[in-house]
Design a protein around this ligand. Structure first.
Ligand SMILES: Cc1cc2nc3c(=O)[nH]c(=O)nc-3n(C[C@H](O)[C@H](O)[C@H](O)COP(=O)(O)O)c2cc1C
Ligand code: SF4
Length: 612
């Protein structure tokens, strides 16, 4: 602890000495009305104030929430951003997304570890700092990026990393770090109907009140608006099914989890047009008869919380949320923001609902679908951020206006998060039907050899396919558009994606839990030069099992990046198949690394195969 004005202070938060976990838990639980459904939010707030979730904090949670200890530990253990052991007062997580890697994040991480005398993945001996990796932070247009105690820092380079090390060594409170470090740019390069229009809050609600809820559904039908979160499910069908489903209450959920590596358009939409998104949710509430809505905001975007809460407060003051919206008796609706805690699978709608209910984010069996049995078992609409924003525009301007843009099967516009090897990374809003070649020309990607559209679970497009179009009928996407220049090795790209899936598998079903790990091991084996053609057959077998037997979309798509790059960039794999006969994955020399480290031996005689 450092002394500030004679008081003992926490070095990181610069507030009074580390608080009593019991007092913190009692305070946080009371503010959440003792509701165990709020467990994920409660854990997050306890950790924010205590740095970790200690056994004392768990004892107190058990008593206050009357929930078994095993359940609290199971939930806390599920999410990457919760710590059941101390992880250092400064918890540094480098984004391990492929675009951050291409921009040099691995070297910057090593630099920081050397500089602070800390081993990757461990806590420094003085307990001050830990340095580790996290999956994509949603800052791919301004990477390399990192999180320090969940706060995003962008545009890392040697100088910035050195400055951060100095701040940590001097125990400077995060609030006193240069504001510039935490700046997140929106980088809007092309705006259209969503990002380019001027929207007056309340105008879409007024338009719907003139037409009625049935009129809104009719406009949505004419618009042919489809979900923007990836699957492209038709919005009018989802809202109508939910409206008709019996239940004690109906709910609206906005999926702002945005965990797919390479995607950051919801971050920008929520920053630039929060009114449009909240208005879309409020209209959905009108259509389905909901009184409560949730925004499930990914933990990495917690810096947006104040802005969004401010907009919600303003909308309440304007009569656009709360009781009798715009004076219409019975039109009561409000929105609550929940923060995620570092689990990609929580973007899957049923896992998201589990998380909202204070549980581990394990995908549910479907059917029943959320429209009939969602949050607390009640009918629930889950839509992506961009879908709600587009729905508000349909309500305001009419379905025909919306359907006039894009293609007949893919109406309206699509926000694309462009990153990687291009001169102008950022957000591009295009009418559906735009070609990959056009986007590459606009973002300044002259020498692209491949584009990964839709993130690791999406599609890899090679140069021969750049004439293809972004549309549900050709290349559907939630919005990630990662460009890889001619100098890149597509094997490394696929290996990064494989690592991502192995890390993010929730572990619920064996085919995915084991299969993603085996796939990761196979890619590591190829990278070490131990591959043979037998490994291709092994990858094929894993794919068949994962596809057929996995419980959710993560497992179904986990092999895609490897299979697609084998098909389109085979030479990068063949270079690594140095053996004609099968070679086992187990590497005895590697397994002895720890023994070598303990004995301080690194000479040739200490290596298998190199001893004379
Ligand atoms: C592993 C996994 C992760 C997902 N992540 C997201 C996400 O971050 N955001 C999102 O909107 N949809 C995500 N989805 C899709 C959702 O399950 C769901 O289809 C979507 O929220 C529905 O909204 P939409 O109809 O507006 O697209 C994910 C699906 C899977 C299988
Ligand atoms: S497929 Fe993977 S992520 Fe999905 S439920 Fe199974 S283990 Fe979890």
């Amino acid at each position: 602890m450092v002394q500030i004005e004679g008081k003992s202070m926490n070095p990181v938060t610069a507030c009074a000495a580390m608080p009593d976990p019991g007092a913190v838990v009692r305070d946080v639980v009371a503010r959440h009305g003792g509701d165990a459904h709020e467990l994920v939010q409660i854990l997050r707030e306890v950790q924010d104030r205590c740095d970790w979730i200690s056994p004392e904090a768990i004892d107190c949670l058990v008593a206050e929430l009357r929930v078994p200890r095993t359940k609290i530990e199971a939930v806390a253990g599920f999410y990457s951003f919760f710590y059941l052991v101390p992880r250092g007062a400064y918890r540094v997580l480098f984004s391990d997304n492929i675009t951050d890697r291409l921009a040099g994040s691995a070297g910057l991480k090593s630099r920081m570890c050397r500089n602070l005398w800390v081993e990757p993945g461990k806590v420094s001996e003085d307990g001050v700092v830990s340095v580790d990796l996290t999956s994509c932070t949603g800052m791919c247009d301004q990477g390399p990026a990192m999180l320090v105690n969940n706060r995003a820092i962008t545009n890392l380079d040697d100088a910035r990393v050195d400055a951060i090390c100095e701040l940590i060594r001097n125990r400077v409170a995060l609030d006193d770090w240069p504001a510039e470090f935490f700046r997140v740019d929106n980088n809007i390069r092309r705006a259209d109907m969503l990002l380019g229009g001027t929207f007056t809050s309340g105008s879409a609600i007024e338009a719907v009140e003139a037409r009625g809820a049935q009129g809104l559904l009719e406009e949505l039908r004419i618009s042919n608006l489809r979900g923007r979160g990836g699957a492209g499910f038709d919005v009018v069908t989802k809202w109508s099914l939910c409206r008709e489903a019996p239940g004690a209450a109906h709910y609206v959920v906005c999926n702002a989890d945005e965990g797919e590596p390479g995607t950051f358009k919801d971050r920008v939409l929520l920053t630039e047009c929060p009114d449009l998104v909240f208005e879309g949710m409020t209209l959905c509430a009108r259509a389905i008869g909901a009184r409560l809505g949730y925004v499930y905001l990914r933990g990495e975007y917690c810096y947006l919380l104040d802005l969004l809460e401010g907009v919600l407060a303003r909308r309440r003051a304007q009569g656009l949320l709360g009781q009798s919206i715009l004076g219409v008796a019975g039109y009561d609706f409000d929105i609550v923001i929940h923060l995620g805690a570092g689990a990609y699978v929580c973007g899957e709608e049923s896992a998201l609902i589990e998380s909202l209910e204070g549980k581990r984010g394990t995908p549910r069996n479907r059917p029943p679908f959320p429209v009939t049995s969602g949050y607390l078992g009640q009918p629930t609409v889950v839509n992506n951020v961009e879908t709600f924003a587009a729905a508000a525009l349909v309500a305001l301007n009419g379905g025909a206006w919306f359907a006039a843009v894009g293609t007949p099967q893919s109406t309206g516009t699509k926000l694309l998060s462009v990153s990687g090897d291009c001169e102008r990374p950022g957000i591009y809003e295009y009418p559906f039907g735009v070609s990959v070649a056009q986007i590459l020309a606009d973002c300044g990607a002259g020498d692209a050899q491949a584009v990964q559209v839709g993130g690791p679970s999406g599609t890899c497009i090679d140069a021969g396919e750049f004439g293809r179009r972004i549309a549900f009928e050709d290349i559907p996407t939630a919005g990630a558009f990662m460009v890889f220049g001619a100098q890149r090795d597509m094997f490394d790209v696929a290996r990064n994606f494989t690592r991502f899936f192995a890390h993010e598998s929730c572990g619920f079903c064996t085919p995915c839990r084991v299969g993603t790990s085996l796939l990761n091991d196979l890619m590591d084996k190829l990278a070490r030069g131990h591959g043979s053609p037998y490994d291709f057959a092994e990858i094929e077998k894993l794919n068949l099992r994962l596809r057929a037997l996995s419980h959710c979309g993560l497992g179904h798509s986990a092999c895609n990046p490897v299979l697609e790059t084998i098909a389109k960039f085979r030479s990068t794999y063949e270079r690594r198949l140095v053996h004609t006969q099968y070679v086992p994955a187990f590497d005895l020399d590697r397994a002895l690394a720890a023994a070598r480290q303990m004995t301080g031996r690194e000479d040739a005689g200490a290596h298998i195969g190199e001893a004379t």
